[in-house]
Design a protein around this ligand. Structure first.
Ligand code: AMZ
Length: 273
């Protein structure tokens, strides 16, 4: 389970929003480099940078992102406003470990396929930002009719392996992740799902792991001190030790374990969030 600390930039500062609305921005620091160091030292596997100015089309945090790339000792993934193949290539060549593409992916799926071919699937993440069960783009301001199931299958068939699925209505709300959604998506073969939105406690991370999520992006819960990276690490280690001793010497017959992967079946209209 990859534990990724969110660092959202708006006008050069570290902020968190609620449900993506800029009017709700709460500033946590005017020193993003110090925050990056903090999450690094606390044991994050990677940093998830979002350039909110660029995502919303009102500017960019270009020079700050460059500084952060220089300072970071852990992989940095970057999203928000990467809207052309050229921009995507430039960031990958400048040391971003993984680029996160939302709007561009919806607009031009073939471009994502080309990037995967050139840079490999490890370096490309498709962001599926979900509001009312469909994907939203352009800083979460533009609804589309694309469903998460359609998008996963379509991009998987183009070679994409990593998806960041964000529950927009939960983002910044500390109300818990949408477990039903992630359990549903966890059964799609050939894709790795990263979850974000609503995570507030160690138990949320453990539940997400159990339903097959490969990584979590944690934001407000870290900034507000609801959870620490050390606590999450400890709980994951304890759980894997418990799993190892429970399964030692006998075949694992837990429900669902060992079943072959399946393709996704759309959520029924009465299910979901
Ligand atoms: O909070 C928002 N309004 C917001 C946000 N966090 N808008 C976009 N984003 C993030 C997405 C994804 O990681 O979750 O930016 C990335 C996608 O940006 P783009 O420009 O590729 O659609």
């Amino acid at each position: 389970m990859e534990i990724i600390a969110a660092l959202d930039l708006f006008t050069g500062k570290v902020v968190r929003l609620t449900r993506g609305h800029i009017a709700t921005a709460k500033v946590y620091s005017t020193d993003p480099v110090a925050i990056a160091r903090r999450w690094q030292e606390h044991g994050a596997d990677a940093l998830h940078l979002v350039d909110l100015d660029a995502a919303l089309g009102v500017g960019s945090n270009f020079s700050m992102i460059h500084r952060l790339l220089k300072e970071a000792t852990i992989p940095v993934q970057l999203g928000g406003g990467i809207r052309s193949e050229r921009a995507a290539r430039d960031w990958l060549e400048r040391g971003v470990a993984r680029i996160v593409l939302g709007t561009l992916a919806v607009r031009d799926p073939a471009c994502v396929g080309r990037l995967v071919d050139v840079f490999g699937p490890e370096r490309i993440v498709v962001a599926l930002d979900l509001s009312q069960k469909t994907v939203v783009t352009e800083g979460w301001t533009r609804p589309t009719s694309v469903t998460v199931e359609e998008a996963l299958v379509r991009f998987r068939d183009l070679g994409v392996r990593h998806f960041l699925v964000t529950a927009v209505e939960r983002d910044g709300t500390l109300s818990g992740p949408d477990l039903r959604l992630y359990a549903h998506l966890g059964s799609v073969s050939g894709v790795g799902i990263f979850a974000s939105g609503g995570i507030r406690a160690v138990a949320d991370v453990l539940e997400l792991k159990r339903v097959g999520v490969k990584g979590v992006v944690i934001g407000k819960a870290l900034y507000e001190g609801w959870v620490t990276l050390a606590e999450i690490r400890r709980a994951l280690v304890e759980e894997s030790e418990a799993d190892a001793s429970a399964s030692a010497g006998s075949p694992d017959d837990r429900p669902g374990h060992g079943e072959g992967p399946t393709d996704v079946v759309p959520l029924r209209a009465d299910e979901g969030r």
